[in-house]
Design a protein around this ligand. Structure first.
Ligand code: SF4
Ligand SMILES: [Mg+2]
Length: 296
């Protein structure tokens, strides 16, 4: 096949402007390649917007519409309603970052679930407003340095734990909810496939290790993603029509320190603070294991 023909067929094209080691293109390609060409995308103001569609460049190989920070889910809802009215069978996907999902876009997302739109909403979570200078969001983990959760005598990084958004979406009645990691691609793909089979609002939360904001070497993205799962900090699960299931359980949990110390955003943490995070992992796992097979 001629190079140009091959390029034309790519659903998210090379030549985008993501930082070296950025996992966003992996996430977008995993979703689009699993769903195929018959897909329309709405994407929020975020790193993804900047790297994919700075005028006059465009990395999208499917119809894709940029929406403002707060309304990705509203735009996706409108696209879905219009396509339904026209009688078109098409996948509608919303992509947004954690800032545009956990904070600014939450009401639009909740409205989309409330109205029951047949949309797959994918949040790629780099745990900060990375695109605007690495400010804290409500997805930023406990202890992490950001420019608005600095490290000094009085404040020692972010004071709160991550908002449990996937559980919130399930509690609201999203038909399918899952977490995913770029280090576990078959699990991620299967979840996208499952979401595509289901009619109604679907939500997938993907951790997006960000070399720029988390301050690790750009060759380590997949290692950081893997360690997030192997330490138990990032739990892979799905909630299919309300039924909770853990999809991957590490045989032996690695200490959270292994994950934290690879990233300079955590380098200030004391043993006591690291223990607090380790304890939290234990608590979370006992909560998640208690949810196995339960209808949320
Ligand atoms: S700041 Fe982080 S998430 Fe954004 S493009 Fe760069 S590596 Fe990717
Ligand atoms: Mg972000």
């Amino acid at each position: 096949m001629h190079m140009n023909e091959r390029y034309e067929k790519l659903l998210f094209k090379p030549g985008h402007t993501a930082c070296a080691g950025c996992p966003i293109p992996i996430i977008v390609r995993t979703v689009l390649n699993t769903l195929g060409k018959n897909t329309i995308v709405a994407f929020g103001t975020s790193c993804l917007e900047i790297i994919s569609s700075q005028y006059p460049y465009n990395a999208w190989g499917v119809p894709a519409m940029h929406s403002a920070f707060e309304n990705t889910a509203a735009i996706a809802s409108g696209i879905e309603a219009a396509q339904k009215k026209l009688g078109n069978k098409v996948n509608v996907v919303a992509f947004a970052g954690d800032g545009g999902t956990f904070d600014i876009g939450l009401q639009a997302l909740s409205g989309m679930v409330d109205r029951g739109h047949n949309v797959l909403y994918v949040v790629y979570d780099n745990e900060s407003y990375a695109n605007t200078g690495i400010q804290r969001s409500s997805a930023t983990p406990f202890g992490a340095w950001t420019t608005t959760s600095p490290v000094g005598k009085k404040i020692r990084g972010n004071k709160t734990f991550k908002k449990p958004l996937a559980l919130m979406m399930a509690a609201q009645g999203a038909k399918y909810v899952a977490t995913a990691s770029i280090s576990h691609l078959p699990d991620f793909k299967r979840k996208v496939q499952r979401a595509a089979e289901i009619e109604g609002p679907k939500f997938i939360h993907v951790l997006n290790p960000c070399p720029t904001g988390w301050k690790f070497d750009s060759s380590l993205t997949v290692d950081v993603a893997k360690l997030s799962v192997e330490t138990g900090l990032w739990v892979l699960f799905e909630i299919d029509h309300g039924k909770f299931r853990i999809t991957y359980k590490p045989k032996e949990f690695k200490p959270v320190r292994d994950y934290l110390m690879l990233q300079r955003r955590f380098k200030h943490l004391t043993d006591e603070e690291i223990n607090k995070i380790q304890e939290r992992v234990k608590e979370d796992w006992s909560m998640y294991e208690g949810l196995e097979g339960v209808k949320i």
